[in-house]
Design a protein around this ligand. Structure first.
Ligand code: AMP
Length: 125
């Protein structure tokens, strides 16, 4: 149980190493892992270790420095894994496709310069 009394999110269980994930980066406050159902050749999820923020709007209001750190980590992951150009998506609300209510960003990209991201990587998120 988390302090709020809610069940831990699937991402908290990844952070606690209760379920496996392919972790690609980690800091004291953030963790990044490969999405289990990738929508692009590179699809990495970055989430906060603190589960208190349900979405990016709450994170921006509550801890803008952590949001800036998250964006910086996205840039770093994209520099390592993509052609340097990437899409950064925060689904916000169920109707927008959010399924895990523990703030996270999707980093979507292609490893080569010749590949472009199709609209599929937006629509199915
Ligand atoms: P969203 O729909 O924006 O809330 O994003 C949640 C994302 O988490 C989806 O893209 C899922 O594929 C991904 N996901 C769910 N469970 C896991 C898991 N165990 N390991 C990695 N990614 C996951």
């Amino acid at each position: 149980m988390s302090s709020s009394g809610a069940e831990p999110s699937i991402f908290s269980r990844i952070i606690d190493r209760q379920i496996p994930a392919t972790i690609v980066a980690e800091t004291d406050r953030l963790i990044a892992f490969e999405d289990i159902a990738p929508k692009a050749p590179v699809h990495v999820v970055i989430t906060t270790k603190d589960p208190q923020y349900r979405n990016v709007v709450e994170l921006a209001a509550g801890d803008p420095a952590l949001l800036a750190d998250l964006v910086g980590l996205a840039r770093q992951i994209a520099a390592e894994r993509t052609n340097g150009q990437f899409r950064l998506v925060f689904n916000t609300g169920e109707a927008a496709g959010q399924t895990v209510f523990h703030v996270h960003a999707h980093v979507l990209g292609s490893p080569t310069a010749s590949e472009t991201l199709g609209e599929d990587s937006l629509g199915a998120l």
